[in-house]
Structures are given as C-alpha cells and as structure tokens.
Ligand binder design. Sequence first.
Ligand code: XMP
Length: 311
Amino acid sequence: MNYKKFINEKIKEIKETVGGEKAISVLSGGVDSSTVTVLGYRALESRLKTIFIDNGLMRKGEPENVVKTFKKLGIKVEVINAKEKFFRVLKGKTDPEEKRKIISDVFYGDVFKKILEKNRVKFLLQGTNLTDIEETVAGIKFQHNVLEQIGISTEKKFGYRLSEPLIELRKNDIRKVAKLLGLPEEIHQRIPFPGPALATRVIGEVTPEKIEIIRKATTIVERELKNSGAFQYFPVLLQDKSTGVRNKKRELGNIIILRCVESKDARKATPTKLSWRVLEKITKRLTTEIPGVNRVCYDLTPKPPATIEYI
Ligand code: XMP
C-alpha cells in the first residue's frame, strides 16, 4: 500500500466533503482517532475543532496526556467533562451489548449532538476502522462507532454527518499512516483501546468505584507489559467475589483477569506466552497495591472462540 498517496487522497477527500464549512474531530488518544485528527487538521486547519470527551471511563491521566501530546503538534484539544452523564446511564446495566449500545447512544445522540449544534458544525470526523465494521456487521459485537454501515444515518437521526477516512484500513496500516503523519511513537505504537473504554473491562454494572479499581489495575498492567511486544494487554474486573485470606483473616475480594494477546489486526488472537516471573510480578502488584483485590487469573483463550475484550 502507498501510504503517502493514501494520506494525500484522504486530505483531499476531507476538504471536498467539508467544503467551506467546519468539522469536529473527537479524539480518544488512541491511534485511530489521533490519525484522523491530524488528517483533518492538515485538510481544514483552523476549521477543525478537536475535542476529547472525558466520560469518566478513560485511563489514568488520559485527558492531560492527550492535550499535551497534541499541543506539541500545534493542535488545540478542548476537554469536555461528561463523567456524570455516562455513569448515570450505566447505573444498573449489566448486559454487555446493552452497555455498549447505551454508551454509543450517549456519545452520538447526546454529547456529540450537543457539541455539534452548539458549534453549528455538520461534520464529525472519526476513526472507524475495517475490523470495527466487520465485527459489527457480522453481529459479533456492536462497536460503539459503527453506525452508517449498519444502516443508521447520523444525518437523519442526529442532524450531522460522519466522515470516516480510515474505514478501509486495519490497525497495522493505520499505525504506518500515523507514523508518516508525524505522530509520536507513544501514539502510533499505542496498544488498541476500545471506544467504550474501561466499561468494557468491568463485568456487570459499571460504577465509579469499580472503574477506579480497573483504572489502577490498567496502569499496573500497562506498565509491566509495556516491553512485551504484545498486540494488546489489559486487566478485567469480574463481578463475583473470591474468598481470600489477609492478615490471618478471611476477606471477600475482587477477581482480576489478566489478558495479553498476540494479533495482527484483532481478527484473530492468541494468548502471549508470558514468563512465570512476569505473571507473578503482576499478580503481586495487583493484589498488594489495589485494596480489595485478592485473586488474579491469566486468560489462555485464543480468539476465536473468545473475543479479545470480555464484553
Ligand atoms: P474484540 O473484543 O471484538 O476486539 O475481539 C477487537 C478489537 O477491537 C477493540 N474494540 C473496540 N474498538 N470500539 C472500538 O473502537 C469498540 O466498541 C470496541 N470494542 C472492541 C478491542 O479492544 C480489540 O482491539
């Protein structure tokens, strides 16, 4: 694939689609939305507004990091606080697909819609990729950002249009485009992170308390597996409790699953053969640094039959 040609074509396409109007890019800090933001900025410059929605479900320090990284590229990012809104709609919801749908509805039908209306903008740039579309269309799971491809017209439903420059590409190609666009390595080599964010890593009801546990666990796991070279790695918080013993007393604690996989483009995945030493170190950190966590299990299931994420 000729990545340079792809970049030039997409910049031209965004210019043509948006015409003389303005557009908004919603940045999550991942490689896909970062790539789209830079493409959009090259095409529209000051006519592109870039926002980061703090939905309360992001990793530690994420809003600050995103603002800092993009400032270095000359792109201003506005952070919008929508934490309460997301926790409110997720309250009491336990079904995986229902959780995904609710998050998508709040993003598109509420948060984005209001921002676009307020700014009188008709175009939303987003980084949907080919794997997202295939999995949603095949009915495997509803990826939060796939709408047009399953017959949902955002223009009819919400009053704005989507521009999706990356829909032909998979993660490995997007990384190459991102690098060529001058994004720093910490972005173009960043492991994938799903749109519904840490909510996909809490089984059952998503509460601020559970998100806090999984956020701490995510920081530890990402730190310990940073140099593993794996495609993706993260912890998952189960809803059952486990009996443990601490300070000679019985303790009902949380169970964390560690997931770390090898994959090319997320369509298939195999568990990484992590060393016993690494597994023991992560287990020790999770069970001593996060109050209430007393059991850690390593997931050995490939995709298929499991998917990479748990919901
Ligand atoms: P699964 O769990 O289906 O995940 O094997 C495949 C890849 O997609 C990521 N993923 C998502 N990305 N929105 C996204 O932008 C989503 O709703 C979503 N769900 C899963 C997942 O992290 C993995 O890399």
